[in-house]
Design a protein around this ligand. Structure first.
Ligand SMILES: C[S@@+](CC[C@H](N)C(=O)[O-])C[C@H]1O[C@@H](n2cnc3c(N)ncnc32)[C@H](O)[C@@H]1O
Length: 379
């Protein structure tokens, strides 16, 4: 008996040690890339200022087109690391509670990881040049004559990314870029959206749950969802064909038959009215102009069954965690987020209530807010 409880305790501590080692090295790895990227960006920005005779301080980092203003707040690193540690504590508690399994590294073999690091660093100067010049319209110019049916607001270099959402290379390095931005904490923030999904899956027969992840990108939520719930099927929808192709190719073959991928806009979903039990949307709303946000909110309500659930995960909004408000203010200029400011103050509950979606939960995880909305019966 004593032996059994000793070995159970050993298993727990070994799991905790593995988790801590993995997340610790992840934070160190991505934080180091962040430092390197900043050093490269400063050099590019100094060269740009020299060539153009601008007097903006070399490490200001804002695009030359950004309005001059008070010096921007510097991120408070100890506070950020404290919040990340808290997020990891919660993530581990969820794993230990059986809500989802211990994550496997999503970046593949060490060789593949090293290759991504090389690709990421090779792209940093181009991103820094766009930031320095404030030019985020390369994609618009390139698609001016052949927009491929994509809306104008979508055809931009969001985050100053090379090719915006529209190339295989952008899709390949996107998650690495985001992890650098959030010091390796993005996947754990996203996993918090698995908590409400786990509750629903446990209460129902997952084989019969109609589920779609809208704006699935490279599968950041869909892949761990299918890995966590082995009988669940899900459809990933996104406007980017290259991101969908990347999402499909990253799924282990045993999971592919439970996944579908559809290229379509969130504002005109390819689903019948009242046909889905669960819809999730992660980091979509802050990328949308206010008018489109309203259309997408209505569309989510349309496709959900009465009693169906929207799992919403996106950036914190102003006031969600007041100590982070200053940090949120940094994103729009530094990472070309043209609709982010309006997102920060959007009344999401009111927006989603128009179609009959009522919020039942709200949680925060580092820089992410996770909310659950339910479609009221009769709406
Ligand atoms: C910030 S990424 C988030 C991707 C993914 N959900 C994740 O967690 O990493 C935003 C995604 O939204 C997609 N997107 C933006 N506007 C869209 C729209 N109107 N309809 C469908 N997808 C859209 C982009 O192509 C991109 O893949």
């Amino acid at each position: 008996m004593a032996e059994a409880s000793l070995s159970a305790a050993a298993r727990i501590w070994s799991r905790r040690a593995r988790y801590a080692a993995r997340q610790g090295s992840r934070v160190a790895w991505f934080a180091a890339h962040g430092e390197l990227a900043q050093a490269i960006s400063r050099r590019v920005s100094r060269a740009h200022a020299r060539d153009n005779g601008t007097d903006r301080p070399a490490d200001d980092g804002r695009p030359a087109s950004a309005p001059a203003g008070p010096a921007r707040e510097r991120p408070d690193l100890p506070r950020i690391l404290g919040q990340i540690a808290e997020l990891f504590r919660r993530d581990l508690a969820n794993i230990e509670a059986g809500l989802y399994p211990m994550p496997a590294g999503e970046f593949g073999s060490p060789l593949a990881f090293a290759d991504l690091s090389r690709r990421f660093l090779a792209d940093v100067p181009a991103v820094a040049r766009r930031r320095a010049t404030g030019n985020a319209q390369e994609v618009f110019e390139a698609t001016r004559d052949a927009p491929q049916g994509l809306p104008r607001y979508y055809r931009q270099n969001f985050h100053f990314q090379t090719d915006g959402w529209l190339s295989g290379e952008s899709a390949r390095i996107y998650d690495f870029q985001v992890e650098v931005l959030f010091k390796g904490a993005t996947a754990a923030m996203r996993r918090q959206a698995l908590v409400p999904l786990a509750r629903t899956v446990r209460a129902r027969d997952q084989r019969h749950l109609a589920y779609a992840d809208i704006a699935c990108g490279t599968g950041g939520l869909l892949a761990p969802a299918l890995a966590s719930f082995p009988r669940l099927s899900g459809i990933g929808v996104d406007l980017s064909a290259p991101y969908l192709a990347e999402a499909r190719s990253r799924l282990p073959s045993r999971m592919r038959r439970r996944a579908g991928f559809v290229c379509a806009p969130a504002e005109a979903l390819p689903f019948a009215t009242g046909s889905l039990d669960v819809v999730s949307a992660v980091y979509l709303f802050h990328e949308l102009p206010p008018k489109v946000r309203a259309l997408v909110a209505l569309e989510f309500a349309r496709v959900l069954k009465p009693g169906g659930q929207l799992i919403f995960a996106d950036s914190l909004q102003t006031g969600d965690l007041p100590e982070n408000d200053g940090l949120l203010g940094l994103f729009p200029d530094l990472f070309h987020e043209p609709y982010y400011r309006s997102y920060l103050s959007e009344d999401l509950d009111a927006l989603l209530a128009v179609g009959g979606l009522r919020r039942t939960r709200l949680d925060t995880a580092f820089l992410t807010r996770i909310a659950v909305y339910e479609k009221t019966v009769g709406a």
